[in-house]
Design a binder for this molecule. Structure first.
Ligand code: ADP
Ligand code: ADP
Length: 222
């Protein structure tokens, strides 16, 4: 599904040049659960942003199915992102004024799903993450773990090809982290392709494959 070849990323502020990724190559098959691990500053977020079409590589080739993502810009890149990618972040970024159900229904609205179906699908998604009873609650009435589960339901609402997760348990205590990781494993068992970035080896071990990055290079992939 995903094939990156010799991907490099240089950030250039005009004053300093930072090589965030250097000649990174790997393939990811549909249905895999991959953890990308490495110390802070090694290039994990840069890699995830390129994978998700939020940033473009300076050099190299990125194929997603038959799409040359590295050649997309502007609205075609946005279209790729909306169709193929679901994102979850360390901060949950739910809309504070909206209920859990409304948050989950949001991307369905962007995809022009009708109002009635939107509500029904949002409730099904909340059920899938074990939160159907909290549909009417707003984010401040939910624990951190519950908020992240709502964010995951929202991320998969339009059935993306891949879920990208950037330190998804970074703001959670042990118990909530465990719950969120169990949810990701559960979604993986149902066939979802997941790429998760973390600096925590214990979490990475929950995935089936670990890609380790150091100073912008892959040093291990097993
Ligand atoms: P990680 O996610 O592993 O902490 P990042 O991908 O965020 O690493 O960063 C990799 C390197 O690129 C770091 O040296 C960081 O300072 C640099 N970097 C990241 N984003 C930018 C940016 N927008 N502009 C300049 N340098 C950046
Ligand atoms: P945690 O121990 O994970 O921090 P909390 O103590 O925040 O969890 O929440 C425990 C339970 O109480 C959760 O199910 C959450 O939805 C509910 N809850 C927390 N704050 C509120 C609130 N202000 N209104 C309604 N329910 C709440």
């Amino acid at each position: 599904m995903i094939k990156m070849e010799n991907i490099s990323k240089v950030y250039n502020s005009g004053v300093v040049e930072t090589k965030a990724l250097e000649q990174v190559s790997f393939e990811i098959k549909k249905g895999e659960f991959v953890a990308v691990i490495g110390r802070s500053g090694c290039g994990k977020s840069t890699l995830l942003n390129i994978l998700g079409g939020m940033d473009t590589a300076t050099e190299g080739s990125y194929l997603f199915d038959d799409i040359c993502v590295n050649q997309l810009r502007g609205s075609s890149l946005a279209q790729f992102r909306n169709k193929k990618i679901g994102f979850v972040f360390q901060g949950f970024y739910l809309v504070a004024e909206m209920s859990a159900e409304e948050n989950v229904a949001l991307p369905l609205g962007y995809a022009k799903v009708g109002k009635k179906e939107r509500k029904q699908r949002a409730l099904e998604l909340l059920k899938a993450v074990g939160l159907e009873e909290k549909a009417k609650n707003r984010p401040f009435e939910l624990s951190g773990g519950e908020q992240q589960r709502v964010a995951i339901a929202r991320a998969i609402a339009n059935e993306p090809s891949v879920l990208l997760a950037d330190e998804p348990t970074g703001n959670l205590d042990e118990e909530n982290s465990k719950m969120v990781m169990e949810l990701l494993q559960d979604l993986h068992k149902k066939g979802l392709t997941i790429i998760m970035v973390t600096h925590d080896m214990e979490l990475a071990k929950k995935a089936e494959r670990i890609i380790q990055i150091k100073d912008g290079k892959i040093i291990k992939d097993e």
